[in-house]
Write a protein that binds this ligand. Structure first.
Ligand SMILES: NC(=O)c1ccc[n+]([C@@H]2O[C@H](COP(=O)([O-])OP(=O)(O)OC[C@H]3O[C@@H](n4cnc5c(N)ncnc54)[C@H](O)[C@@H]3O)[C@@H](O)[C@H]2O)c1
Length: 388
């Protein structure tokens, strides 16, 4: 008969945007409410949730709304509670290093938001600490679980592109300043002293996206900018935006086949969207090109490539956008966060490492740090291998 395994998860930061929406509501609660996760061998993994935070009223509200029995404001005690199997962290980045260090010391498996720390030293230290244990540690690499990027990766695996030449990525949207219309992101995101900033936030994503789709990032040139110098916070008070709200970067990437790919990614919270989705990546190769967003992916093969000719005197009559073909999912693709949680929970039960762990996360933090250095110095920097 198939067995049942109960996992107790202490979830910290679930009053926040990511913790509440993506992790609690879209991932853990649906798994709990369907009676747990059934693994390939038939084992049923049941989840018990403990909410962790600093505001009692908010915790009580969320607990009552979602039928969760346990919550606590005592972070230290819950991390050291022998009943807890997994510690989850979606707090503000500046609080992560201490919390994860405590969780590793207490022998808890960890699933955490990125970036794993504010500094590269701390991110490497976390990876080093975990490497000396048998704990299963997962760091959110959500974009790689999204339908659009999964299709893009499939095209790479199918050798659709021939020799891969370049990638261009466009990420961003307009984040309101907060004076007239409230900002749709937390104000700490725009204060460097609170762990905010575009490069810190997004380069750890770009690192695993580049690694997961193409290969190893070998160099970076970046220019970070604070386009909007004053923003208004959650209380309607003006504050100085001390962090970069846009970063324009060129990465060199080496694929396992030895191709040297130029990847150029623009990231901005001060741009208006003229694309299908908030993020899009175009990969160009000798045999074909594909453009992927979070969900969609479309492609154009060498044989289907129309012969464009430059003529500034004649308005074009060609509808370029109609010349692309949809890449089908050919499978049921669920929410990216939930898909990664399910894989992580299966890894915990099997007692094996999760494929996206603290070292990969440290490479993400490294890329953000090198991006900053590159921007400060105005030059391209090599990405050295991290030694634990
Ligand atoms: N994977 C992604 O795509 C993605 C997207 C956005 C943010 N993030 C990351 O997720 C994390 C949370 O971001 P967010 O946008 O949800 O932020 P948020 O401000 O909405 O939430 C932050 C959480 O941390 C808690 N917190 C803050 N200060 C605290 C303190 N002093 N004591 C106790 N708790 C405290 C808050 O109560 C809240 O629960 C950040 O590290 C961010 O980089 C990831």
């Amino acid at each position: 008969m198939a067995s049942t395994r109960k996992l107790v998860i202490a979830m910290n930061g679930i009053t926040g945007r990511m913790g509440y929406r993506q992790h609690l509501v879209r991932s853990i609660l649906p798994i709990r409410d369907q009676g747990g996760l059934v693994l390939a061998d038939g084992t049923r993994v049941e989840l018990e949730i403990i909410l962790v935070g600093r505001n009692e009223d908010k915790l009580k509200d969320i607990a009552a709304k979602h039928n969760i029995e346990r919550w606590t404001t005592d972070q230290d005690a819950i991390i050291n509670d022998p009943e807890v199997d997994i510690y989850f962290d979606a707090q503000t980045t500046s609080r992560r290093y201490d919390a994860l260090t405590a969780a590793i010391k207490a022998g808890k498996h960890i699933f955490t938001e990125k970036p794993t720390a504010e500094t590269l030293e701390q991110a490497i230290d976390l990876a080093r600490q975990a490497s000396q244990t048998n704990l299963t540690v997962g760091v959110v690499h959500d974009k790689l679980y999204l339908p659009g990027l999964k299709k893009l990766r499939r095209l790479v695996d199918e050798d659709f592109f021939g020799t891969i030449l370049s990638m261009r990525g466009e990420f961003g949207y307009w984040v309101f300043e907060g004076d007239v219309q409230p900002a749709q992101r937390p104000s700490w995101n725009y204060r460097k002293q609170d762990g905010g900033g575009m490069m810190v936030d997004m380069f750890c994503h770009w690192n695993y996206v580049l690694e997961g789709i193409l290969g190893k990032v070998t160099s970076v040139y970046s220019q970070a900018v604070t386009h909007i110098p004053t923003r208004w916070d959650e209380n309607g008070e003006p504050y100085e935006a001390t962090a970069d709200d846009a970063a324009y970067a060129i990465f060199e990437v080496e694929t396992p086949k030895g191709e040297k790919v130029i990847a150029q990614i623009n990231s901005s919270w001060a741009v208006r969207v003229h694309r299908k989705e908030l993020v899009e990546f175009q990969v160009d190769g000798t045999h074909g090109t594909a453009v992927a967003g979070l969900f969609h992916c479309e492609s154009q093969q060498r044989a289907n490539t129309p012969k464009a000719a430059w003529d500034p005197d004649v308005p074009t009559t060609i509808d370029f956008m109609s010349q692309w073909e949809d890449v089908p999912a050919n499978a049921e693709l669920e929410n990216g966060f939930r898909a990664q949680w399910e894989e992580f929970l299966a890894d915990v039960v099997a007692g094996r490492p999760h494929r996206y762990e603290l070292l990969s996360a440290a490479r993400g933090v490294q890329l953000a740090a090198l991006g900053q250095e590159s921007s400060d110095q105005g030059r391209r920097l090599e990405v050295p291998e991290i030694q634990l």
